[in-house]
Write a protein that binds this ligand. Structure first.
Ligand code: UGA
Length: 441
């Protein structure tokens, strides 16, 4: 099938190369011409495992990029909206990019629909949007622009409704494993009317996975409920961990045991510095925002966020308990990305920790295998080191913020510290000397 993908960010790029790998012809659209040129030259616009090889394999054959909506959409049967849905200042979802993409798609479809040969096109919302957005925001904007663009009923078609289907197909991709997750999903959810859903389902026919067919609003909610539940598991583990810490119990032993209960399941119970990334914090807050608009106060979801925001501060408190005044002390921060195997620092738990350390007058020596350059834009005054050993050299204390595997084998490197004081936010090391404090153990 011929597919247009709007937005070459994280979700758009993964979706584009994976559909090409599944045998479809893909045109990626982005208003940023530098990104378009980059993709056409076979250079990935994001850092993600598996993308370089797939892009190289398909670019110029089954995949290309353009900044022209008409060029992409006129020749496609399906258009995916994969643009960003950032949080507004109050945590509520900012739909401005979704709106402008919907208008542009509508205008391009107006051209397409005046010719019956091109009739019937499905627009798929893949961006994470709060329940109701596809039907109440995207669909009207598309229909309006299709109509004003000149289409009002062509050769026996009754109107824009009959030539444009709109569906919602959320993604459940983990950064770092997104290509694997796309190709091996545990669920595919498509919301919309039967004809539109059937069209989108055909795109996935070579993937062995049951398709959950539903309405658009439910599809949107499934995405939020999925992420909110995973975030809740983490905050739950953190809360139990905070209690365990006071009782001298190892929360990892507790979670490993309860994870054996098939009703609980063992993943996402790693207690620590909390969850970051572009999804969990934003999505839970967006759902809280939508619930509040509807007059419901989501007690549990608010607690999930509150626990998550307090975890980094608990680490700074543990540090202060161990070394006293932080001013003019050199603190090594190991790990800057929000999780391992990515250079993404969005909502990373290291950000509030570094901010607090700097506010208190510390010198921060940081190391991350991938994310230093991104963090430099947030904190230019931090000393960025080329290795964990360099960051630890002469440090008064060390804070482990990200679960990078290489931190697990650190040992003698700690001896370069002025004092061996390690505050571990990810349960990465075990030390038989100096001071070691786990955040929840
Ligand atoms: C998350 C979901 O896992 C995906 O299913 C979803 O599609 C994606 O959001 C999205 O909405 O697009 P991602 O943000 O890539 O994926 O990251 P995760 O691997 O889920 O980790 C999120 C955060 O939770 C990280 O900061 C990680 O350190 C933390 N975490 C994870 C814990 O603190 N404990 C755990 O047990 C697991």
């Amino acid at each position: 099938m011929n597919v247009a993908i709007i937005g070459t960010g994280y979700v758009g790029t993964v979706t584009g190369v994976c559909f090409a790998e599944l045998g479809h012809n893909v045109v990626c659209v982005d208003v940023d011409t530098a990104k378009v040129d980059q993709i056409n030259a076979g250079i990935p616009p994001i850092h993600e495992q598996g993308i370089p090889a797939l892009l190289k394999k398909h670019v110029g054959k089954r995949l290309r990029a353009t900044d022209d909506y008409n060029d992409a959409i006129l020749k496609s049967e399906v258009t995916f909206i994969c643009v960003g849905t950032p949080s507004g200042d109050d945590g509520r979802i900012d739909l401005s990019i979704v709106r402008s993409a919907s208008k542009s798609i509508g205008k391009a479809l107006a051209e397409r629909c005046v010719d019956a040969r091109y009739a019937y096109h499905v627009v798929v919302v893949k961006s994470t949007v709060v329940p109701g957005t596809t039907d109440d925001v995207v669909l009207p904007l598309i229909r309006e622009n299709v109509r004003y663009g000149g289409y009002g009923g062509y050769k026996g078609y009754g109107g824009a409704e009959e030539v444009v289907g709109v569906t919602m197909n959320p993604e459940f991709l983990r950064e770092g494993k997104a290509v694997h997750d796309f190709m091996n999903p545990d669920k595919i959810v498509i919301g919309g009317d039967i004809r539109a859903v059937d069209t989108v389902a055909r795109l996935y026919k070579n993937i062995l996975c049951e398709i959950t067919r539903t309405d658009t609003k439910t599809a949107e909610m499934i995405k939020y409920a999925n992420n909110s539940f995973l975030a809740t598991k983490i905050s739950f583990a953190n809360e139990i961990g905070n209690i365990c810490k006071k009782l001298g119990i190892d929360v990892y032993e507790v979670m490993s045991a309860i994870g054996k209960d098939f009703r609980i399941e063992g993943q996402f119970l790693n207690a620590g510095a909390g969850f970051g990334g572009s999804c969990f914090p934003k999505d839970v807050k967006a759902l809280i925002g939508r619930a509040s608009e509807l007059g419901y106060d989501p007690l549990l979801l608010n607690a999930v966020i509150r626990i998550n925001e307090e975890q980094p501060m608990r680490m700074v408190k543990l540090l202060a308990n161990r070394i006293g005044d932080i001013r003019n002390r050199r603190i090594a921060v190991l790990g800057l990305s929000f999780k391992n195997e990515t250079d993404d620092i969005r909502e990373s738990r290291s950000i509030p920790v570094i901010r607090e350390l700097l506010n208190r007058g510390a010198t921060v020596a940081a190391y991350d295998p991938l994310a230093s350059e991104n963090m430099r834009e947030v904190f230019p005054d931090v000393l960025y080191c080329d290795s964990a050993k360099d960051a630890l050299d002469g440090a008064d204390a060390c804070m482990i913020m990200t679960e990078w595997t290489e931190f697990g084998s650190l040992d003698r490197e700690f001896d370069a510290m002025r004092d061996v004081v390690v505050i571990d936010g990810r349960r990465m090391v075990s030390l038989d000397r100096g001071v070691y404090d786990g955040i929840c153990w």
